[in-house]
Design a protein around this ligand. Structure first.
Ligand code: 4AD
Ligand code: MG
Length: 465
């Protein structure tokens, strides 16, 4: 008999039908005569209840069916009398695939801390919480492709191994096959990379943007969606060393259109979550964050607040003047810390904020310079509870200005000759941004640590599993 997934079984109205389900035992309780087994197969947050007549199978046979065991049950679908469930299965046949020793299976009782579950990341998808999170993660990936596909964007695959540091922040993980136990250096102490695998120094990408720009300048509108890597020693609830980024890039878009695209994109994804992940989001709302659904709806229904960095700093300085204490100083020219971003979003405007026109010194070399000579056409989208969720900009399309900025910021232009070629041949205004996938998931799930929205988090001093 072919298997029915539990999400379909609990919606089925074919009472009396014989069906087969397979899954993992969440709990077994009961008495001398009857056992109730709650089973989950990952297809939805809900368990299905299996009712077992103990005499029919015998205690010895039923004994190994404990929390964590994997079983197959064939039986009759019956309308349930019990509270909180619509159907149950009256078992006729039970096959045990795998047992889980109660002495050693770590997911015995409910209420494990998220910290503990991180240590057993290989088993945590079997909990309600992580089942919900990873189903939502999947749905958000689908939403992203759907949004861009509907708009005619091309999904463009940028390389993971690269020789260029897009953000120029020196946070790259090196990729090498050189023998680290016997590293040859020349007289000046430099390593000769011509003997390395790629014949030059190579690293894992921090962003697909530079290659994405090349693609936009031929295909018109593209997006990337892939893993990116940062060897940034930030042990915070919002930073990963390996995270997924979505980077749209659009020829002829100026910053205003870029901002609109960012808002439409995020709102579309959140609406998708509200529509398609209802049960999972309700579960997370009840368990972790009572205001989650309200917050999601609010973001879908309200325009983001747009203002310049300069205006943002003025608001923050006024807050300091009124006695608000920040850990880090505020002042024009300094990069905003998460606490500053969250003040603007949560305390001042009480809605998502798009900050534009940052000082050029604190942004990357490729951003379009404003006529004031001090600021660039950058835009950061700031979200409640998260801070920065998107970073983007209009790009500098003028070859000389771009080269000057690269020189000033110490970006070696000889290595990015191919990038500069887009400005040499048929240059045009264009814009794009990067959305941190896990930051979006933090917002959508209401979780507070980024380690809990990616299956196997990589952070400083941790690459287990
Ligand atoms: O602001 P960032 O560094 O911008 C770029 O990489 C640009 N090349 C994007 C573009 O214009 N195409 O990173 C973009 C976003 C951030 O806003 C944040 O959401 C996320 O990526 N991000 C991280 N997420 C998790 N862990 C980290 N260490 C992250 N660093 C950035
Ligand atoms: Mg940024």
């Amino acid at each position: 008999m072919s298997r029915m997934i539990i999400t379909n079984a609990i919606k089925s109205k074919e009472f009396g039908a014989i069906i087969n389900i397979k899954g993992w035992v969440r709990t077994r309780r009961g008495n001398k005569n009857v056992s109730f087994i709650a089973m989950n197969d990952g297809s939805c947050i809900h368990n299905i209840q299996v009712v077992v007549d103990n005499d029919k199978f015998g205690d010895e046979y039923l004994k190994p069916i404990t929390t964590g065991a994997c079983i197959s049950v064939t039986g009759k679908l019956v309308e349930s009398q019990g509270q909180g469930q619509s159907v149950e299965i009256h078992a006729e046949e039970i096959q045990i695939y795998g047992t889980a020793d109660p002495e050693t299976y770590p997911l015995q009782k409910k209420g494990h801390t998220l910290e503990f579950l991180r240590e057993i990341a290989h088993l945590r998808p079997r909990t309600n919480t992580f089942g919900a999170i990873f189903r939502i993660r999947h749905q958000m990936a689908m939403a992203i492709h759907s949004f861009f596909n509907d708009k005619g964007f091309v999904y463009f695959h940028t390389p993971i191994i690269t020789a260029s540091d897009c953000e120029g922040a020196g946070q790259m993980f090196q990729v090498t096959t050189l023998n680290l136990y016997d590293l040859k250096k020349d007289e000046s102490g430099s390593i000769d990379y011509s003997n390395d695998f790629f014949g030059n120094q190579a690293s894992l990408t921090v962003s697909g943007q530079l290659e994405g720009e090349l693609a936009a300048m031929s295909l018109g509108a593209i997006y990337t969606f892939g893993p990116t890597f940062r060897a940034e020693n930030s042990n915070t609830p919002r930073h990963l060393s390996e995270f997924w980024m979505i980077e749209p890039e659009v020829a002829f878009n100026e910053i205003e259109e870029n901002m609109q695209l960012a808002q439409d994109f995020i709102q579309y994804c959140i609406q998708w979550a509200l529509d398609k992940c209802q049960d999972d989001i309700e579960f997370l709302c009840n368990m972790y964050d009572k205001e989650l659904i309200e917050r999601l709806k609010f973001v879908v229904n309200n325009e983001f607040q747009k203002l310049t960095y300069t205006e943002g700093v003025q608001i923050l300085e006024a807050a300091v003047g009124n006695g608000h204490k920040f850990e880090f100083p505020v002042g024009w020219g300094t990069d905003l810390q998460s606490e500053h971003e969250r003040y603007l979003v949560e305390q001042h405007f009480k809605k998502p904020v798009i900050l534009t026109d940052y000082p050029k010194e604190i942004k990357s070399f490729y951003m379009k310079q404003n006529d004031d000579g001090r600021t660039v056409r950058a835009m950061d989208v700031l979200f409640p509870k998260i801070g920065e969720i998107i970073g983007g900009s209009q790009r500098e399309e003028d070859l000389d200005k771009l080269k000057d900025r690269a020189d000033e910021m110490g970006v070696p232009t000889k290595d990015i000759w191919w990038y500069l070629d887009t400005r040499r041949f048929g240059t045009a205004p264009h814009s794009g941004f990067g959305l941190g996938f896990e930051r979006l998931l933090l917002f959508v799930t209401g979780m507070s640590n980024i380690r809990d929205v990616i299956p196997f988090p990589r952070t400083p001093k941790n690459a287990e599993f």
